[in-house]
Design a protein around this ligand. Structure first.
Ligand SMILES: Cc1cc2nc3c(=O)[nH]c(=O)nc-3n(C[C@H](O)[C@H](O)[C@H](O)COP(=O)(O)OP(=O)(O)OC[C@H]3O[C@@H](n4cnc5c(N)ncnc54)[C@H](O)[C@@H]3O)c2cc1C
Length: 421
C-alpha cells in the first residue's frame, strides 16, 4: 500500500466460502467490505455438505471460524437477502445499486423458535433441496448466520402467513411492515463470488432422474448423509426408506458431454469417492460401483483416491453410462455401460444410483453491468474483464474449497491494490 495507506471500499458479491474468504482477507488488511448475499444466510453450497474430502471433516468447523471472523470485524458489512441491481464505472470508481429484500425478522430475534407453532403455512425446505418442509417462518439451518429467523414471502403475504407468529413473539422481533430497501454506494473494487449450482438433471437423457425415485444427484446425497439433513444422516432409498445394499455412482452425468455441458467440474470424482465412504461407513456390506470416464484426483487428492479404491467392496468400471432402467415392482435400477477395459457390456442391478452432476456457473445473475462482463465458453467469468471486475472461486472455474480459499485470498490482494491510494 502506498500514499496515505487507504485500503479502499470493496464490494463482494456472493457469500459462499470464496466470497467470505475474499471479504475477510481484504477487511483484515484494512479495506471496508460490503458482502452481498442473496440467500438469508452466509456459507453458500458448502453449508449443505456433509463432510469435506480429503480430510472427511465437517464443513461446519471452517464455516464457524470464518463466520466468527466476519462477525467480529467491524470493517465487514454483511447484507443477506441482497442483490446488486446494477453497476457502472471502473476500477477505483464503481457505482452500485444494491437491493435488500425484507427479512421480516429484526435483530431482536433470539432464535427461540416460539413463533413457529403459530404459523400454519409450509414451504419446501430449500436448505434440504426440497426434501421436507419448514414453516413460512423458519431458521435456514441451525448454524445459519445471521442467526435469525426469516419469513418466506413466496408462499404468501407475511401479513397473513405470520400474523399470529408476530403476536406470539415474546421479543417483538417479527416486523411484518418491513419493505425492500435500495441503496446506492461507491466502491474501488468489485469481486464476483457467485459460485455454482447443480444442473437440472432431468434433461440428461436415459439417466432416469425425475423418472425413477431411486436415482438422485450428488448434492442430494450430501443432504441424505448429513446428520442435520432430512433423514438425520441415514442414507436411504427414496422409494422405501430402506438402506441401499448396492449403489452405482455415475460420473460425468451431463458433464464433459457435447450434448449438455462440455466442462469438467473437477471435484465430482472426489465427491463420489467421498460419498462411497459415507455409504460403506454406514453399511459394511454395501457394494459400490463407480462408472467413470477417467478419475480426476489431482495432486495430493491422489492419496485419497488410492485409499478409497483399496476397499474390496468398491468396483471401478471404466465406461460412460448409456442407460438406466427401473424395475417398477422393486424400485431396483439397472445401469448399462460398456466396460472399455474388458470390452464387455455391463448391466449392473443396484438399489440406488447417484448421478455425479457437475457445477454450473451462476455468472452475474440479474445484475445490469455497464460495459458488460466477459464469460468464457462455459459461462464462467473470464479472468480478464473489460471493466476491471475481479472474480473468485467457482464463479471463475469449478474447483474445491482449498482452491477457492487460495484463489479468493489472491483476488482480495488485487482488490486492495485497486483501492490503494
Ligand atoms: C457434490 C459435491 C460435493 C463437493 N464436496 C466437496 C468437498 O468435500 N470438498 C471440497 O473441497 N469441495 C467440495 N465441493 C466443491 C465445493 O462445493 C465448492 O468448491 C464451493 O462450494 C465453492 O464455493 P464458492 O463460494 O465459490 O461458491 P458457492 O458455494 O456456490 O457460493 C456462492 C454464493 O454466492 C451467492 N450468490 C450467487 N449469485 C448471487 C448474486 N447474483 N447475488 C448475491 N449472491 C449470489 C450464492 O447464494 C452462494 O451463497 C463439492 C462439490 C459438489 C458438486
Amino acid at each position: 500500500m502506498s500514499g496515505n495507506g487507504k485500503r479502499g471500499d470493496i464490494l463482494v458479491i456472493g457469500g459462499g466460502i470464496s466470497g467470505i474468504t475474499a471479504a475477510i482477507e481484504a477487511a483484515e488488511a484494512g479495506a471496508n467490505v460490503t458482502l452481498v448475499e442473496k440467500e438469508p444466510f452466509l456459507g453458500g453450497r458448502v453449508a449443505r455438505m456433509n463432510l469435506y474430502f480429503p480430510k472427511m471433516c465437517p464443513p461446519s468447523c471452517g464455516i464457524e471460524i470464518n463466520i466468527r471472523r466476519v462477525k467480529t470485524n467491524p470493517q465487514i458489512r454483511t447484507l443477506t437477502l441482497a442483490t446488486v441491481e446494477k453497476i457502472s464505472g471502473g476500477p477505483g470508481a464503481y457505482k452500485a445499486t444494491i437491493r435488500k429484500d425484507p427479512r421480516y425478522v429484526n435483530a431482536k430475534c433470539t432464535t427461540c423458535g416460539e413463533c413457529v407453532e403459530f404459523c400454519d403455512v409450509e414451504r419446501p425446505d430449500s436448505f434440504n433441496l426440497g426434501m421436507g418442509t419448514t414453516k413460512a417462518i423458519y431458521m435456514p439451518y441451525e448454524m445459519a448466520y445471521p442467526a435469525r429467523y426469516v419469513i418466506d414471502p413466496a408462499v404468501g403475504d407475511p401479513k397473513e402467513t405470520c400474523a399470529k407468529a408476530a403476536e406470539a413473539c415474546p421479543y417483538g422481533a417479527i416486523d411484518l411492515a418491513m419493505e425492500a430497501e435500495i441503496e446506492e454506494a461507491e466502491f474501488d473494487a468489485v469481486i464476483w463470488a457467485t459460485g455454482w449450482a447443480p444442473p437440472d438433471a432431468t434433461q440428461f437423457e436415459g439417466l432416469g432422474f425425475g423418472d425413477y425415485a431411486n436415482v438422485v444427484n450428488n448434492v442430494t446425497m450430501e443432504r441424505l448423509s448429513a446428520l442435520n439433513g432430512p433423514t438425520a444422516g441415514k442414507i436411504q432409498r427414496p422409494s422405501d426408506c430402506e438402506a441401499p445394499r448396492s449403489i452405482a455412482f455415475v460420473q460425468c452425468a451431463g458433464s464433459r458431454d457435447e450434448n449438455y455441458f462440455k466442462h469438467c467440474s473437477g471435484v465430482c470424482c472426489m465427491a463420489s469417492l467421498k460419498q462411497a465412504r459415507y455409504v460403506r461407513d454406514q453399511n459394511p456390506e454395501a457394494q459400490i460401483y463407480i462408472f467413470y470416464i477417467d478419475i480426476r484426483a489431482p495432486g495430493r487428492l491422489e492419496d485419497f483416491f488410492t485409499a478409497v479404491k483399496e476397499d474390496e467392496k468398491l468396483s471401478l468400471i471404466k465406461g460412460k453410462v448409456a442407460n438406466i432402467t427401473e424395475d417398477s415392482a422393486t424400485g431396483k435400477l439397472t445401469v448399462e455401460a460398456e466396460d472399455i477395459l474388458s470390452g464387455q457390456r455391463v448391466a449392473q442391478e443396484v438399489d440406488m444410483v447417484v448421478l455425479a452432476t457437475g457445477m454450473i456457473p451462476q455468472g452475474i445473475g440479474d445484475t445490469k453491468v455497464e460495459g458488460g462482463v466477459e464469460l468464457d465458453e462455459h459461462g464462467f467469468l473470464a479472468i480478464n474483464q473489460p471493466q476491471g471486475y475481479l472474480a473468485a472461486g467457482c464463479a471463475k472455474r469449478p474447483v474445491d474449497v482449498a482452491t477457492c480459499n487460495r484463489d479468493a485470498t489472491g483476488v482480495a490482494l488485487k482488490a486492495l491494490h485497486l483501492g490503494a491510494e
